[in-house]
Design a protein around this ligand. Structure first.
Ligand code: UT7
Length: 326
């Protein structure tokens, strides 16, 4: 069996910054409330002409450049997203068009905030068995386009952006040391975009009621997130026979600083070994981990041979954790 190595990372964030001060003028909220409850100070917002695949293409070009590959070297494209350009074709196919290649498989993976880690599991299967040699794995969202800007419970939380990684099959001593992934669909309605699918197709009524936007019972989701992310991280560490102290860098999903702190306590990883982006980008769902990974990689926070921990929790509910030797 082959191993996997992430040989290139890239990210793309829209230029427009939306600060807490600006949100104070839009809804009944305050910088103090948002900062103390979430850790978020600002987030990025895509303009009207930008769709999720546009950000993925930009991020992918940087990842390919770092990997020293051309788009034509890829064997597959996987885009983790819950905010696709269109239901079909998939965002993966639009990315393929944006990269000006054709022939290889391209598809989306829907696991909300756990999407990129689910994608790494899928990529691992394809790479270690020899089905693929190079996979482009992206996590990306335009959450601002499914946000109800009159709902203070949710509009302060989310942002837009894309992270892309080129994942390669290798014989080197690296790759996934342990992993866990799971889901619980029985309580999926705690975090849901109710309309636009076959359950509640688009109609004037669904648009008037803003049912094409994020609906979340925040404090209930919070409790599940703390437990599931902490359990997943602790389980993956145990399976890899690695302690939290031995982790070089922890890259968690970035929904809320308090959830990250609780996960660190459970996994016994210190906050100074934890890469944080939530203050400047908010929650970009599937985008948070690959964007943070790219930033950490580019500022030299990751070295060959380092042991990394990833953990996530999101709509579904879905969760995942991976211990990876870089
Ligand atoms: O990405 C993966 C899935 N998502 C998550 O992991 C998010 C999980 N949830 C959370 O991060 C937190 O639950 C929130 C940040 C969403 C909310 O924080 P909380 O401490 O759980 O607050 P709460 O929902 O219990 O609300 C407390 C109060 C309520 O007022 P009352 O009913 O106590 O008078 C809310 O109406 O805060 C009020 N509130 C706000 N106040 C000012 C809710 N949103 C706002 C706001 N500004 N933006």
């Amino acid at each position: 069996m082959k191993k996997l190595r992430i040989i290139g990372t890239g990210s793309a964030l829209p230029e427009k910054v939306l600060t807490n001060a600006e949100l104070e003028k839009m809804v009944d909220t305050s910088d103090e409330w948002i900062t103390t409850r979430t850790g978020i100070k600002e987030r990025r917002i895509a303009d009207d002409n930008t769709a999720t695949s546009d950000l993925v293409v930009e991020a992918s070009k940087l990842a390919l450049q770092q990997a020293g590959l051309n788009a034509s070297d890829l064997d597959a494209i996987i885009v983790a997203t819950v905010t696709p350009d269109t239901f079909y074709p998939s965002t993966g196919c639009w990315v393929q068009k944006g990269l000006d290649i054709k022939g290889i498989p391209a598809f989306d993976l829907s696991a909300a905030c756990s999407g990129w880690l689910y994608g790494l599991e899928v990529a691992s299967g394809l790479l270690t068995t020899g089905t693929c040699k190079y996979i482009l794995l992206a996590g990306a969202e335009c959450m601002s386009k499914v946000t109800n800007w009159e709902d203070r419970n949710t509009c302060v939380l989310f942002g837009d952006g894309a992270g892309a990684s080129v994942v390669a099959a290798t014989n080197d001593d690296c790759g996934i040391l342990s992993s866990t992934w799971g889901a619980d669909g029985t309580i999926g309605d705690l975090l849901v975009q109710p309309a636009g699918g076959t359950r509640l197709p688009a109609s004037h009524e669904t648009v008037d009621k803003k049912l094409h936007t994020v609906h979340m019972k925040g404090n209930e989701v919070f409790k599940h997130a703390v437990r599931s992310m902490g359990d997943a991280a602790a389980y993956a560490l145990k399976e890899a026979n690695v302690t939290g102290e031995e982790i070089a860098l922890f890259i968690p999903h970035q929904a809320n600083l308090r959830i990250i702190e609780a996960t660190c306590r459970r996994a016994k990883v210190s906050m100074d070994k934890t890469y944080i982006t939530v203050h400047k980008y908010g929650n970009i769902s599937a985008g948070t981990i690959p964007i943070a990974l790219d930033e950490a990689n580019r500022v030299g926070r990751i070295k060959r041979g380092d042991t990394l921990l990833f953990a996530s929790f999101g709509a579904g509910f879905t969760w995942a954790a991976i211990v990876l030797k870089w």
